[in-house]
Write a new protein. Structure first.
Length: 282
């Protein structure tokens, strides 16, 4: 039965990807608030996905980012991000995806994340593993943060209050580096297939993570909050890893939350140092 869900939603996600590609490179940006962008492509992709889900699964609820869904307390609920990575998309940066996940009584059962530029389709069914373009994927075997590549994202809303820069700095100093790709669904899938070992972010929404969190779990990864509690779609933060470096990340994050890691370097001290090191002018 779950297999049927995947065969239904993979073509929907791929067709939505074609809608995005028709708009890619020629969009007019609008603002939903602050620097939260939206485009005609977000709306067209969502209208298409929601219409298809409604006609194929009329009894199911749909939660969609741009508001096109409908909720009635049904057992099955779809989470739709019609364009994850809108800011990238609007600037012509090819990191964006379509994300569709299905939840049954609070448990994710099916998910697809489609990256149209790369023609990569990540899929998962609960209990049946995860795949990339039909081939099984697994998280990486790296066992220590110092050999890990990490990813994070920064929120578009209430940026002033977000402490993520401290986490970015601390992980940068202890790993192969931290990427900020701008599409959370892809961050999760890249962790699932071993390109990243770690992904964390504050304040993600259920449609950002529904499909990707199942894909990660089915690929052998682990997700919790940043303080180690079990993850759920409405959790305040997400820490997603290959599992092997998870406890090390939780321990490091506890140090950062407690203010015990080294402070950010001073920009003023940098300039002073540069002037002191400069050779005297002739
Ligand atoms: C955003 C992206 C981004 C993340 C933001 C999300 P959107 O989704 O996933 O990587 O940092 O928090 O809101 O708005 O492009 O669908
Ligand atoms: Ca998103
Ligand atoms: Ca979106």
């Amino acid at each position: 039965m779950n297999q049927d869900y995947l065969s239904a939603i993979v073509p929907i996600a791929q067709e939505a990807g074609q809608i995005l590609m028709r708009h890619y490179g020629r969009v007019r940006v609008e603002y939903k608030g602050g620097v939260d962008l939206v485009t005609q492509a977000d709306r067209e992709s969502e209208a298409f996905i929601v219409a298809r889900l409604r006609s194929q699964f009329p009894q199911h609820d749909i939660v969609a980012e741009e508001g096109g869904g409908r909720e009635s307390g049904a057992e099955y609920r779809w989470y739709v991000d019609p364009l994850d990575g809108t800011t990238n998309f609007a600037h012509g940066l090819p990191m964006f995806a379509v994300s569709i996940g299905l939840e049954h009584r609070g448990r994710m059962v099916a998910g697809v994340v489609h990256h149209p530029v790369m023609q990569e389709t990540f899929t998962a069914l609960a209990g049946q593993g995860a795949a990339l373009n039909g081939h099984a994927i697994h998280v990486s075997e790296a066992a220590e943060l110092r050999t890990a590549l990490a990813a994070t994202g920064f929120p578009t809303l209430q940026r002033q209050q977000n402490p993520n820069v401290h986490f970015y700095y601390a992980v940068t100093l202890r790993s192969h580096g931290v990427r900020r790709m701008g599409a959370a669904a892809l961050d999760l899938c890249y962790t699932a297939c071993g390109r990243f070992e770690v992904f964390w972010e504050f304040g993600l929404k259920p449609w950002d993570v529904a499909a990707g969190s199942l894909i990660l779990a089915e690929a052998g990864g682990r997700a919790t909050t940043m303080t180690g509690e079990p993850y759920h779609l409405r959790a305040p933060e997400l820490l997603a890893t290959n599992g092997r470096v998870h406890d090390e990340c939780i321990a490091l994050f506890a140090e950062i939350f407690a203010g015990h890691t080294s402070p950010l370097p001073s920009a003023a001290a940098y300039l002073r140092g540069r002037e002191e090191a400069a050779p005297a002018r002739p």
